[in-house]
Design a protein around this ligand. Structure first.
Ligand SMILES: [Zn+2]
Length: 437
């Protein structure tokens, strides 16, 4: 019996999701075996029938998505988003729950930030394809993808499966298909902002409201609530399909995006910049992890001390993110947008506020406008307090629209304590020195 049923650990510990399957015949901590046979054929016809969204046959690896909105729809839109809530991928009381995306959608409605209230200014894409297996294997091994797909039968029989490792994450009968859909949403948004940028200097900002998240998933397997590396897959897709050679990825989730880091560690054309809480899961992303070989210098990791907040992140943006991006000269900016750095988030201890996320959204939009024709897509990663998550995303939408922040309605300055400014300054100085910024 390879499936280990374990209780969910406390979330301060490491949470490696490692799906084991009979076909994998592996015991080396969940790495998938190369003896699994790769086969994605016929999957979609069999499985993708439910849900309110229309699914078409998965796109081929070199075919641009045909589901992007029309030029006139794109020219009116200021924000374009997809919703892939993975309602079947859920475990009761798990923080990475299927309440997360609906909570965001509900906040958008409540704050009148949906198409119903804004007409063509805010566009939701309803018809988007799941990513193809070919898209996924641009980042992950075929053995992993195949193993996960095959494990769905077992998950279907058992309802939920857990994987061994330093902590279990779950998979249910729909995990594979819903993870493909999450990655596909990101890809479709890339298609849309690229299409819009051909006729406008100010294309809409994209936001993939998706789960499961992706930035911990490593090439050979899932990890830390993450199944497929949505942002990494979109980066490879942007290069391959749209010829956007240079991709700048900003990851402001409170945890290190180790999966994205690993996928591009030796790649000079994809710059990965991660800010995260020092010492948090999974423990990688030290300041001296700067890339390897020809990719040396194209990975920037900035661990921030616990308690860092709005002041720290504004300084990081101005002194680290902006000069790094200016020097790199990207063709598109992709963002791993995690909201678990919020002061109210239960999984970490930074002190970001709704206002911090508004600032990041607004500044990143401007950065994309200045450097890469406004091409930019946000991807939802973490964020486990449903209230701070949903209002922070909603205020990010307001930033994209160029409207004032409503953060003062949600943030309570009384709960904040003094930021560790000396330690923050030291970290920033060190990273600037290491990267000659
Ligand atoms: Zn996180």
């Amino acid at each position: 019996m390879l499936l280990l049923q374990k209780p969910l650990p406390s979330f301060t510990g490491s949470l490696v999701l490692l799906v084991q399957h009979k076909a994998c015949k592996l015991k080396n901590h969940g790495r998938f075996g190369s003896d699994t046979k790769f086969s994605g054929d016929g999957y979609f016809q069999k499985h993708l029938k439910s849900g309110r969204r229309h699914f078409s046959k998965s796109r081929g690896p070199f075919v641009s998505c045909s589901l992007v909105p029309s030029t006139s729809e794109l020219s009116d839109a200021r924000v374009i988003y997809c919703v892939a809530p993975a309602m079947g991928h859920n475990q009761e009381s798990h923080p990475e729950s299927n309440f997360r995306v609906p909570a965001i959608v509900s906040a958008l409605e409540k704050m009148e930030l949906s198409p119903m209230f804004r007409g063509s200014e805010i566009l939701e894409l309803h018809s988007f394809s799941p990513a193809s297996v070919e898209d996924i294997v641009s980042v992950h091994t075929k053995a992993y993808v195949s193993g996960l797909e095959k494990s769905m039968d077992q998950a279907s029989q058992k309802g939920i499966i857990y994987i061994d490792g330093s902590g279990p994450t779950y998979a249910t009968a729909t995990t594979f298909q819903e993870s493909l859909l999450a990655a596909g949403a990101g890809i479709t948004l890339v298609d849309s902002v690229v299409a819009a940028s051909k006729s406008s200097q100010d294309p809409p900002m994209g936001f993939a409201l998706i789960r499961p998240p992706g930035h911990h998933a490593i090439p050979k397997g899932p990890m830390g609530f993450c199944v497929f590396g949505n942002v990494a897959i979109a980066a490879r897709y942007a290069q391959r399909v749209h010829g956007l050679k240079r991709v700048f990825i900003i990851d402001f989730d409170v945890h290190h995006g180790n999966g994205t880091n690993d996928a591009f560690y030796d790649d000079p054309d994809i710059f990965f910049l991660s800010t995260h809480q020092d010492g948090s899961y999974p423990g990688t992303g030290k300041i001296d992890e700067v890339g390897h070989g020809s990719g040396e210098g194209a990975t920037l990791n900035l661990p921030l001390p616990g308690g860092s907040g709005d002041i720290a992140m504004r300084t990081v943006f101005d002194e680290v993110i902006v000069p790094s991006a200016q020097r790199f000269k990207p063709d598109i900016i992709l963002v791993s947008a995690g909201y678990d750095g919020h002061v109210l988030d239960p999984l970490a201890s930074l002190q970001f506020t709704t206002g911090t996320y508004y600032m990041l959204a607004s500044n990143i939009k401007q950065l994309a406008k200045d450097l890469c024709g406004g091409r930019c897509v946000f991807f939802l990663e973490g964020g486990y307090n449903l209230s701070s998550l949903s209002y922070s995303v909603a205020d990010s939408f307001r930033a994209f629209l160029g409207e004032p922040s409503l953060a003062s309605e949600f943030d309570d300055p009384a709960i904040l304590y003094e930021e560790p400014s000396t330690k923050v300054k030291q970290a920033i100085q060190k990273v600037k020195h290491l990267h000659s910024l």
